[in-house]
Design a protein. Structure first.
Length: 74
């Protein structure tokens, strides 16, 4: 299952390296700050929502709001 992870707050690119090393990171990038202050996204491929949440919890993201949404694969 694929999930898009939006990180709202100051995030360094190095935080996604653990996802890359685990082999679950498909894409990552910075977003132009908007009304909600979204600063980065990660597209990950994991077994289920619980695994996505667990992998993101392992990443130190102080003072950040994280949103995880499932991506429909057609």
């Amino acid at each position: 299952m694929r999930f898009m992870v939006f990180v709202k707050g100051t995030v360094a690119a190095r935080h996604g390296i653990s996802l890359l090393r685990a082999g679950v990171l498909l894409d990552a990038g910075d977003l132009v700050p908007g009304a909600f202050g979204v600063s980065a996204y990660w597209l990950i491929d994991v077994r289920d929502h619980e695994e996505a949440v667990e992998r993101i919890r392992r990443i130190p993201l102080p003072a950040c709001v994280v949103e995880i949404r499932q991506v429909a694969v057609v």
